[in-house]
Design a protein around this ligand. Structure first.
Ligand code: M6R
Length: 628
């Protein structure tokens, strides 16, 4: 979704801004732009479409400026056009603004400004900010005061980068329940809504607090609360290596990330399950966290005591999209091992509803980006009510990681392709580990059972590799079915969410309509859509629902649907019923979701590839969904 960047220093701002924006491309966007201050004037260049269009403009006009802000926009208010692209300026070209989030009261503010004689040239909510801050600057002749007045008028959650041609060497950054990071360099400073964009230049960063203004020059960063109280804090010094956007030998990040799944499992297991004879390594060390210089850094681990865990009465999972599917499987796993009832909610469905959690609930937010607005709002509400809160993410630098005291950080790094694959597998693994951890703490499983479960988890990376080795057969099947216009995915029990995830992957990558159902639900309605033109994909793994899933598949077959199975090697039964069988190694039903999703990911990838789709950045989608 939208990305903000900024730069001040000795280098040419435009090229730094573009290289920062490149790091944010993976989040999804449909236009890009920059504003630089050159010779006391604002120069704004923006273009709909990919960053390459903006780069072409910059080649023609090559600004020399050393101060500027930039943006990648994911359209919310107004179509993705040149005009609606950020930065937006006031009529006099005094200030330029880039904006993430939504100004909820923009309609009201726009009417007020129009009544004052201001003219608008875009459909965006952002333009209101440009006119309003310029108006207050006209009144106060002090940009900081103007920004402070501005924030008293804005409703919603947002982040802003603002420049004023009168204050040429300064960027004003505003964060209101969003995400903004300042990167500290040597006589130069950087700004970005995702720290990975500044980490290519510096390992020293300041993350803006929830309602905070930063006044940034090449040599200074001053922080103010919205009420004007100045504060200081030391930077976070990161030791981890910087994020490099590199596809290696792969044509697409998606393919690379699917193939990385065994190593994601290995690394996350090495971190949280170093020894199968010992408990899962989730307990937080007794230190207060921090990075030694007083600033809070998200530290992973669970700080609940054994008695708090024993007294838990419920687990509530909150997530969106693919993370929600991981949570659905999490429910089955936790309930199976611990007996604790688990509810899973789509985080956006919590808006405007009563969240029924309490001091004996563990509320778990799952998010690869750690920035999903609905998930953050829901977990914040759970925390306010007094529930224990736990985050599962691969981004320890994310907003989610900052606001939860209990945190599982999966070892898969940043996922670049918009469609989630390796982060899903990492989230699933986290639920297996969490379930074993809770079961051990509550005495719900004995040492032998615990050891067996852990042993099987350790086998999973190699089993995943065996699935990945089936790639040529999966590719062939995908090409055969790529002309379908509609597909149905079914599964039961642990693999019902796998069916939902398979359908979501196919939809988002290939734009082929696909629906996922609990296989038993087919005859309650969805079966009406089946005929010879609608292929059905069924996940059929031996276990308690195996025969029943086969019966459901029979029902589909009887409607002349073309049948595809994800089934274990050696299963002869499926060959009688299915036209195409995608194989996984024999596996217990309980652990099977860690394998069954892989053929479905590859299938969707190769269908999209065959159709020539933009695999890594599907249309209309964003990696980080920071609006409600
Ligand atoms: O960053 P999050 O994990 O919170 O994102 C949630 C969903 O937006 C995300 O899983 C989305 O469904 C992906 N496009 C799935 O591939």
């Amino acid at each position: 979704m939208c990305g903000i960047v900024g730069y001040l220093g000795p280098s040419k701002a435009a090229s730094v801004l573009v290289s920062e924006l490149k790091c944010l491309e993976y989040r999804g966007y449909d236009s890009a732009g920059v504003a630089v201050i050159e010779g006391g004037r604002l120069k704004v260049l923006k273009a709909a479409g990919k960053l390459a269009n903006l780069e072409n403009l910059l080649k023609e006009r090559a600004p020399e400026a050393t101060v500027g802000i930039g943006h990648t926009r994911w359209a919310t208010h107004g179509a993705p056009t040149d005009l609606n692209a950020h930065p937006h300026t006031d009529e006099n070209g005094m200030v330029a603004v880039v904006h993430n989030g939504i100004i909820e009261n923009f309609g009201e503010l726009k009417d007020e400004l129009i009544a004052k004689g201001y003219k608008f040239s875009s459909d965006t909510d952002t333009e209101v900010v440009a006119h309003l801050v310029s108006h207050y600057y006209g009144e106060t002749k002090d940009m900081l005061k103007a920004v402070m007045k501005l924030v008293t008028r804005l409703k919603g959650i947002y982040a802003l980068g603002i420049v004023n041609r009168d204050v040429a060497n300064t960027i004003y950054a505003v964060n209101h329940h969003y995400s903004l990071t300042v990167g500290l360099g040597n006589h130069e400073n950087f700004l970005a809504s995702d720290s990975i964009a500044v980490r290519q230049y510096t390992n020293q960063t300041l993350r803006l607090d929830q309602s905070e203004i930063a006044v940034i020059t090449p040599d200074t960063v001053k922080l103010y609360s919205f009420e004007g109280k100045e504060s200081t804090r030391p930077p976070i010094v990161s030791e981890s290596t910087r994020f490099v956007v590199d596809k290696g030998d792969y044509k697409h990040f998606l393919h690379k990330e699917i193939d990385e799944q065994p190593s994601v499992l290995r690394q996350t297991l090495a971190k949280y399950l170093p020894d199968i004879n010992k408990p899962i390594a989730f307990h937080k060390p007794k230190s207060k966290g921090g990075n030694g210089n007083g600033h809070h850094v998200a530290t992973h681990g669970i700080e609940l005591t054994n008695s708090q865990i024993r007294e838990l009465e419920r687990v509530q999972v909150l997530a969106c999209g693919t993370a929600y599917h991981a949570g659905m499987i999490g429910k089955y796993i936790i309930e199976e091992l611990t007996g604790i009832p688990v509810d899973v909610e789509i985080a956006s469905e919590i808006r405007g509803r009563k969240l029924l959690v309490n001091q004996r609930t563990l509320t778990v937010a799952v998010s690869q980006s750690g920035e999903t607005a609905d998930t953050l709002a829901a977990i914040t509400e759970a925390k306010r009510i007094g529930s224990y809160v736990l985050g599962i993410t691969n981004r320890p630098d994310s907003h989610l990681a900052q606001i939860v005291p209990n945190l599982i950080v999966t070892e898969c790094g940043i996922e670049v392709s918009v469609a989630a694959t390796k982060t899903y597998i990492a989230q699933l693994l986290s639920f297996y580990l969490l379930a074993i951890f809770l079961a051990e703490e509550r005495g719900a499983i004995d040492a032998e059972k615990s050891r067996t479960l852990k042993k099987t988890l350790n086998l999973m990376p190699a089993l995943q590799e065996a699935v990945l080795a089936q790639e040529p057969l999966i590719q062939e099947a995908a090409i055969n079915y790529s002309s379908a216009v509609d597909m149905v995915f079914v599964g039961r029990g642990f693999n019902y969410p796998t069916a939902l995830e398979g359908a979501l992957k196919l939809k988002e990558l290939s734009y082929i309509h696909a629906s996922g159902y609990a296989a038993g639900e087919l005859k309650h309605g969805p079966i009406a859509v089946l005929d010879e033109k609608v292929p059905v994909v069924a996940v059929v793994v031996p276990g308690v629902v195996y025969e029943k899933t086969l019966s459901n598949a029979q029902e589909a077959k009887a409607r002349h649907a073309k049948m595809i199975a994800v089934a274990v090697e050696g299963d002869k039964e499926v060959e009688k019923l299915f036209d195409t069988v995608l194989r996984i190694p024999p596996i217990e039903e309980f652990f099977s979701p860690l394998l069954t999703v892989i053929p479905l990911q590859l299938f969707s990838y190769f269908v999209a590839e065959a159709l020539g789709k933009d695999v890594d950045q599907p249309r209309n989608l964003a990696k980080s969904v920071t609006v409600e």
